[in-house]
Design a protein around this ligand. Structure first.
Ligand code: FEO
Length: 341
């Protein structure tokens, strides 16, 4: 994909990964994008890069706007390799660029790339970078979703660049929220699988953005499309998800050895439905955990069933429970069932 102007002087220069289907165990049935943004004012800044194998594409997109050697600053909002993997290639092309990141980000870059010759500068909340006509302001966002995470805000344009937050794993030739269908479903799946354990930090960050009095007109995350028409809608959704808002819905998740637990799962779902509550049923070995988690996000109850194997739950259930322990869904009613000998 070629560069696309997001707001005057700011360009999407990232890459679309149409083929990725497993993002460290998150099933990405619809691929993803790695979004990087080039800000061209009197000075030139690149905010985030892309996964290493897309380095050439990033640089080609930058070249369509300005020679890469003219990049003055590279802002690394997050060191995870899907956003910093192209740093060696970019630093090779932009030899006079300074690199800005949080203190944890600077340490992360050193530990990932071992390049003490890179001019790394640590920034913190409230620090600003004047580009001449455009001003970047930095907001630390620890544990959204790594300790190094940071949001960058472009003051003159009301443009928030929050890296992973507000993203979606969605490969598309469109770049904006008003051009795609079922975006909230993609955003919900992304939140459930990546940000669910960090609900308190999400709530605190939204409060922080409010207290800073930022005028947010566009939200351009590092995955998926850019919220130019509905930025308030995704912020509202994050407030509700982080606050544990639930629907009148129960999710039944099970694994079964010889079918008894399966029969119980369907009977329980029928019972739930007979009381006017929506029921969703997932056979764990025939479902993607990522889909189950998306449904759990706004469910009021999680009902778990397994028969026994060697005095414990079936292996698929053990794996699922380990995943749930990490994601820590809050405020859900729970129940368990199963058949055993
Ligand atoms: Fe998209 Fe935390 O990386």
């Amino acid at each position: 994909m070629v560069a696309v102007e997001v707001v005057p002087g700011v360009y999407w220069v990232g890459a679309v990964d149409w083929s990725i289907r497993d993002f460290h165990s998150y099933v990405t049935r619809h691929g993803t994008t790695y979004n990087a943004y080039l800000i061209k004012a009197e000075k030139v800044a690149l905010v985030d890069t892309v996964r290493a194998e897309f380095s050439r594409q990033l640089l080609a997109n930058v070249e369509g706007i300005t020679p890469p050697e003219e990049i003055d600053y590279i802002v690394v909002n997050h060191v995870e390799p899907d956003h910093s993997g192209a740093m060696p290639a970019v630093m090779n092309a932009a030899r006079s660029a300074k690199v800005l990141a949080t203190e944890a980000g600077v340490n992360g870059l050193l530990r990932h790339y071992h390049r003490r010759d890179w001019p790394l500068v640590a920034v913190k909340t409230g620090d600003e970078l004047a580009l001449g006509g455009k001003t970047l302001s930095f907001i630390e966002a620890p544990m959204l979703h790594w300790p190094d995470s940071m949001f960058t805000y472009l003051k003159e344009d009301g443009l928030l660049l929050p890296n992973d937050a507000f993203g979606q794993h969605l490969a598309t030739s469109q770049r904006f929220d008003d051009e795609v269908q079922d975006l909230m479903g993609a955003a919900a799946g992304y939140y459930a699988n990546i940000l669910m354990p960090f609900a308190p930090q999400v709530a605190r960050m939204i409060e922080k953005l409010r207290n800073l009095g930022l005028r947010i007109e566009t939200i351009a995350p590092s995955h998926g499309v850019i919220w130019r028409k509905y930025p308030a809608k995704i912020v509202q959704a994050y407030m509700e998800w982080s606050g544990g808002r639930s629907e009148n819905k129960a999710v039944v998740v099970f694994d079964s050895m010889w079918g008894s637990t399966e029969k119980m799962a369907y009977a329980i779902a029928d019972g739930v439905a007979s009381r006017g509550v929506e029921a969703k049923v997932f056979h764990l070995r025939r479902s993607d955990t990522s889909d189950v988690l998306k449904e759990i996000l706004d469910a009021r109850a999680i009902i778990i069933g397994s028969s026994t194997l060697n005095n414990g739950p079936l292996p698929a259930m053990v794996s699922f429970l380990a995943c749930m322990r990490g994601l820590r869904p809050r405020g859900k009613g729970t129940a368990a069932f199963g058949s055993y000998g």
